[in-house]
Every structure is written in structure tokens, then in C-alpha cells.
Design a protein around this ligand. Sequence first.
Ligand SMILES: C[S@@+](CC[C@H](N)C(=O)[O-])C[C@H]1O[C@@H](n2cnc3c(N)ncnc32)[C@H](O)[C@@H]1O
Length: 203
Amino acid sequence: MGFYNDVILPRVCDLAMRNKQLRPYRERVIGAAEGRVLEIGIGSGRNLPFYRPQVTELLALEPSPQLTAMARHALHPGMQVNFVEASAEAIPLEDRSVDTVVTTWTLCSIPDAAIALTEMRRVLRPSGKLLFVEHGMAPDKNVRRWQDWLTPAWKRISGGCHLNRPIGAMIESAGFRIDRVETGYMPGPKAMTFMYEGSARPG
Ligand SMILES: C[S@@+](CC[C@H](N)C(=O)[O-])C[C@H]1O[C@@H](n2cnc3c(N)ncnc32)[C@H](O)[C@@H]1O
């Protein structure tokens, strides 16, 4: 599994996340980030081009050294990013110290997403916001059946990605108040493309 996890998986993740259909989501979600921003699971850095000048500091948390190296390569000249090699289940930041937490297609892969969301809430200032776009549990019974059936095998080959997580409910269970959430299928296999995009505040 070492070679697969260390060499193949980061490249597959990068390729998958280059999908052009993700771009409008990235533009909207990342475009709303401001102040001191913590991005959870920055991966190969596909969000980097979309940060705007209202971001005063960008902290990029990522547990995979291979993906962190790719994200460093994706930096454009002069762009200042502080990389944090850590897991979202134990964020090495002070309580109430960031203005925006960003998560894009990451909650599906974090082993204990409930603890990670609690951590995100802990580090957010009371006036801060969580910006998210994630794929997850679909509303249609037939699609949900496929998601439940595929997830055990899918997560073994995809770096732990769950197809069937109820993203909105998970965010609320961690104590966030959802201000806005838009859901819908993106073109592609329905089990993998039901999106939740929105923002939430620490409750
Ligand atoms: C599908 S990729 C998405 C990458 C990136 N957010 C994007 O939009 O291109 C999932 C990401 O979740 C990260 N991840 C997995 N487990 C994690 C954890 N415990 N804490 C933080 N990030 C994690 C992976 O390393 C990977 O970067």
C-alpha cells in the first residue's frame, strides 16, 4: 500500500481535482474567503488561483507530504502560504484565531469528520465562517443505495473517500448554523456528484 498511497494516490487525486467542472464551485467558494483563512486538505493546491486580495493570510493544512509538495509547486510567484502538515482532527491552531475555514471535497475523506468539524468550529472566531463545497449523500433513494453499496470498496482505492456522508447534517451536528446551502447533481455518475455548497457560522 506504501507505493499506492505515496505515489499513485496523490497523482490520481491531483488529476481528479483538475476536473474543469469544479471550477465554478471553486470560484464562488474561494472568492468569498477573507481575513485569516485556513484551508482544510489543500491537496495539490487547485484552489490557490481563486484566493482574492481580501485574504490577509492563508494557512494550508494538509496531512499528505506528497500533496503538500504539489501545492507548493502550484504557488504563483509572490504568493505567501503557510503550510501546516497536520490532520484536521487535531488542528494545531489557537481557539478563535481564524476568520474563514475552507473545505472543498475534503470532508468525504477525513476519517473522523465529526471531530474535524468540531476542530474547525474551535479555531473560528465567533464572527467567522465556514465555506464549503463537498459531495455527499444524495436525496434519491436509488442513488443512496448505490452510494452505500459502493463506499466500502471505493474508500479503499480512493484514499478514504465516502460517497454517502450527509454533509449538511454533519456540519449542523458540529454546532454550526448553516446560512446558505445549495445542493444538486453535477454532470457525471450520480453516486459521486451530489454537491453541497454553502456557508455556515459557529453557532
Ligand atoms: C479529494 S482531495 C481534495 C483536495 C482539495 N481540497 C481540492 O479541492 O482540490 C481530499 C483531500 O483531503 C485530504 N485529507 C484526507 N484526510 C485528511 C485529514 N484527516 N485532515 C485533513 N485533510 C485530509 C487529502 O489529503 C486530500 O488533500
